[in-house]
Design a protein around this ligand. Structure first.
Ligand code: NAD
Length: 301
């Protein structure tokens, strides 16, 4: 059944996710602080809103795909955010905000008669375009059942639990592993290249062998070896995810030594490359330290 959804945050992930909802026949009311970000969807018939409040006045369910917990909080609870008496009844947050923020927002918007659903996603821009994202849902089971056909348009839904923030924790666990795989693969492949092995050959071997992971299977062939560094996820957001993971771990009394080293490497990457750089550029730090550059195509992408 086609419905009208609000969609706030038309960035790297928001644009392809919103595009798939329109492909599936849904109507959208869209808002982004960057006017031009809305153009491709408005050109396809989406209605352009002037603020989150404007979206909330028009639809029952709003999806968010915003960069950071602070931005999600400001967008939703700021002056032009949610207010009593609006039509909105449910917010589905696709952003990565961490469990504490999700729980806080759940409690705050409940006072306005709105249900907060945390629903972070994993699988990158490629997964968003293809509709193959891992979609992690926590919130009321009835909302999950009702939203399932819509969630299936964007990927494979998983019900993580009822407690607000559980899906955010799931997402942080996943991204910690993705962040670690990226920096460890970069270091290991640079070491092999220094010893004289062709990077393309190395990636081929690893992807048949036991070292394979999402960095060697996707990031190296698509964005690192071709030197395009255009994977579509920023260094700043990768650092945010690892930082949120470690904050949660500390709040549980866990120190997690290897994860702490991964966090420090991503902090250095933000300092050296800037938060807006594509996160695959982290490899250039390892290359610089080794005095080489990785080039060459793998034969079996
Ligand atoms: P992005 O920076 O490309 O997009 C965010 C969009 O939000 C931008 O268009 C920006 O203009 C808009 N925006 C910022 N502040 C706003 C506000 N106050 N009101 C309305 N719009 C506002 O980020 P992204 O890569 O699309 O990531 C979005 C979320 O999804 C993040 O939380 C990220 O961690 C998560 N995520 C990203 C990926 C990925 O591969 N890029 C994968 C999984 C999850």
């Amino acid at each position: 059944m086609s419905e009208t959804f609000g969609f706030v945050g038309i960035g790297n992930m928001g644009l392809p996710i919103a595009g798939r909802l329109m492909d599936a026949g849904h109507s959208l009311v869209v808002y982004d602080t960057r006017e031009r970000a809305m153009h491709p969807l408005v050109a396809r018939g989406a209605a352009r809103a002037a603020s989150v409040a404007d979206v909330a006045a028009q639809v029952g369910t709003i999806l968010l795909s915003l960069p950071t917990p602070a931005i999600v909080q400001a967008a939703v609870l700021g002056e032009t955010g949610l207010a009593p008496g609006q039509r909105v009844k449910r917010i589905v947050d696709l952003s990565t905000t961490g469990p504490h923020m999700a729980a806080r927002l759940d409690e705050t918007v409940a006072g306005l008669g709105i249900r907060w659903i945390d629903c972070p996603v994993s699988g990158g821009v490629g997964g968003a375009r293809a509709g193959t994202l891992a979609v992690m849902f926590s919130g009321p089971g009835a909302d999950y059942e009702e939203l399932l056909p819509t969630l299936r348009v964007i990927g494979k839904p998983f019900y993580i639990g009822e407690k607000p923030g559980l899906a955010q924790t799931m997402k942080l666990v996943n991204n910690m592993l993705s962040a670690a795989a990226m920096v460890l693969s970069a270091e290991a492949v640079v070491m092999g290249a220094k010893a004289g092995i062709q990077p393309g050959v190395m990636i081929d071997v690893i992807n048949v062998g036991s070292g394979r992971n999402t960095a060697t299977m996707q990031k190296f062939p698509q964005s690192i070896l071709p030197r395009s560094f255009d994977y579509g996820f920023s260094t700043g957001l990768m650092h945010k995810d690892v930082d949120l993971f470690m904050a949660e771990a500390r709040s549980m009394g866990l120190s997690l030594e290897a994860c702490q080293v991964v966090l420090e490497i991503w902090r250095r990457a933000v300092d050296a490359l800037g938060p807006e750089s594509d996160f695959t550029r982290v490899v250039t730090l390892m290359e610089k330290a080794a005095g080489l550059e990785l080039h060459g195509a793998p034969t079996a992408v």
